[in-house]
Ligand binder design. Structure first.
Ligand code: 13P
Length: 341
């Protein structure tokens, strides 16, 4: 198949009104952390059981158009013996794959990090594609301190993200480009906005240099929020206005959809913020979600590692997906949190 058509077909399924992406691609150390919060050991079988339970949620495809999987999950099967990527397709959900190999310190730039995994990426993508993956995700992070991120960090990370995106498109895989300006610290909303604007600007400059087709990628950014330790937290309205302002300055209209990460915001706050953005005047791109923690937290808490809680787990996930589906259309109301189902 012609690569461009293949990429467009994946975009068409991923970018649907009222739907967003579920991030279930926690690396081994991260899923171990999530499991330990509910006293569950992170064995291969527990990870399979949990993720296959999530993805078997009846009608999950009503609000979820794509799921980001971790490498291990691509080869695992549901309780019924169906390969997980196949299970996703049956639900009308496109399977994707996290392809970065995590981060390490950026040399000569104290306090900054860089993401690795470009070596051999082309071959790995070919394998993932055979296993059913149609899109990919790669995350770069930026710490905010008085001195970070440095100019070097902003440029080096942009270069890596753009190289990854170009390699994906050449393989017929839609790249999700994820520059995450972290929530940690006591910085203000304004400082988050200044840093994010510089970061997104550099990322799109690099994407342009690498000839990435903007119509065939998705952006997964952070929202503009004050640091977790900042004395003043912001309202959904403030977050929405600042976020849109920065995105309008930096993201070309050719990008079909912006799918936010939740990055440590609570499930309710992530939903309310997305909703506030979708209530502002129309924007050139769709405004959607690609949440990990904010979609999974209630489900994890309901599960507790016990299959007797299977139905509770699935309805917690379905409820969160439904509320974010509403936020996607600007139709969420916090009162909906208390309505069952
Ligand atoms: P969070 O929504 O928990 O930030 O996870 C999204 C993700 O995929 C981070 O890479």
């Amino acid at each position: 198949m012609i690569t461009q058509q293949e990429l467009q077909a994946t975009i068409d399924v991923l970018v649907q009104k009222g739907k967003g992406i579920l991030a279930a691609d926690e690396s081994s150390p991260t899923i171990a952390k999530r499991f330990s919060a509910i006293n569950v050991e992170s064995t291969e079988e527990n990870r399979r059981a949990y993720r296959s339970l999530l993805l078997s949620t009846p009608n999950l495809g009503d609000f979820i158009s794509g799921v980001i999987l971790f490498e291990e999950t691509l080869g695992q099967r549901s309780d019924e013996g169906i390969l997980i990527p196949e299970l996703c397709e049956q639900q009308g959900i496109v399977p994707g794959i996290k392809v970065d190999k995590g981060k390490l310190a950026l040399a000569n730039s104290e306090g900054d990090e860089i993401t690795r995994g470009l070596d051999g990426l082309e071959q790995r993508l070919q394998g993932y594609k055979q296993q059913g993956a149609r899109f990919a995700k790669w995350r770069n992070v930026y710490h905010i301190t008085e001195h970070n991120p440095s100019r070097l960090a902003i440029q080096a990370n942009a270069e890596v993200l753009a190289s990854y995106a170009a390699i994906c498109q050449a393989q017929g895989i839609v790249p999700i480009v994820e520059p995450e300006v972290l929530i940690d610290g006591d910085h203000s909303l304004q400082r988050c906005a200044e840093v994010s604007e510089a970061v997104f600007h550099a990322v799109f400059h690099a994407l342009h240099r690498h000839h990435v087709v903007l119509e065939h990628m998705l952006l997964k950014p952070n929202m503009m929020i004050p640091g977790k330790q900042h004395s003043q937290q912001a309202s959904a309205q403030q977050v929405a206005e600042q976020t849109i302002k920065v995105l309008r300055r930096t993201v070309p209209a050719a990008v079909p959809s912006i799918n936010f990460l939740s990055g440590g915001m609570t499930p309710e706050v992530s939903t309310a913020n997305l909703n506030a953005m979708n209530q502002l005047s129309a924007q050139p791109w769709e405004l959607s979600f690609s949440y990990g923690r904010a979609l999974q937290e209630p489900a994890l808490n309901a599960w507790q590692g016990d299959m007797a809680n299977a139905q509770l787990t699935q309805s917690a996930l379905y409820q969160r997906a439904r509320l974010n589906g509403a936020a996607r259309r600007g139709e969420y109301d916090p009162a909906m949190e208390f309505i069952g189902g």
